[in-house]
Design a protein around this ligand. Structure first.
Ligand SMILES: [Zn+2]
Ligand SMILES: [Zn+2]
Length: 196
């Protein structure tokens, strides 16, 4: 197997294992070095090779570098096993693509990337300093996670395409008229870019 496919395959399996699309290179290498050494016994610079392959994968938009400290996010695959598990009880085949997006977003609450979005973007609606929220029994604020560009329209399942919205603006982002949808989309894309 070629290096690039090998690395990508191991990244997918690693993300499935840890249940998160975001991972650190350090953890990845710690968990997988043995596998690469066994697969490519002649290579004396396995770690450097892995880094290089991750750069190739980034150039192909399969992974993104989140920061300079070796954190990456896996893109390119629609749902991790965990996320599939979460949506298994929903019959998505009957839904329109747009509706399906919303259902996946709404139901897949426990998955880690949604948690990461809240950690990084906070628990306040990102739309124009909107104050809408309420406190839940566990003391946390209610907030919804939204794909700014829907997956069905080529949007990516990663932080750069996620935002947090109140229930009202989340509905508006999906069901408002075209002008309202465009307005909220471009506003959110800028807002998220500033924050991550
Ligand atoms: Zn949404
Ligand atoms: Zn709002």
């Amino acid at each position: 197997m070629k290096w690039k496919e090998l690395v990508f395959g191991e990244v997918v399996s690693f993300c499935n294992n840890i249940g998160s699309r975001t991972f650190s290179l350090q953890d990845f290498i710690k968990a997988k070095l043995e596998i690469f050494i066994n697969a490519k016994p002649d290579n004396k610079h396995v770690e450097a090779k892995i880094r290089q392959q991750l750069q190739f994968l980034r150039d192909e938009n399969k992974v993104t570098f989140l920061d300079n400290s070796g954190h990456y996010t896996l893109r390119d695959i629609y749902l991790l096993d965990l996320e599939k598990e979460e949506t298994k009880t929903l019959d998505l085949t009957k839904e329109e693509p747009e509706k399906r997006e919303y259902i996946v977003e709404t139901y897949v609450r426990r998955v880690k990337w949604a948690e990461q979005a809240k950690e990084i973007l906070g628990d306040r609606c990102l739309y124009k300093e909107c104050p809408n929220t309420f406190t839940k029994d566990d003391g946390t604020k209610y907030i919804e996670v939204h794909h700014i560009i829907p997956l069905c329209k080529g949007g990516e399942d990663g932080l750069w395409n996620l935002s947090v919205l109140c229930a009202h603006h989340h509905k508006m982002a999906h069901y408002g008229n075209e002008r309202a949808r465009r307005d909220i989309e471009s506003f959110l894309l800028n807002e998220v870019k500033r924050r991550i």
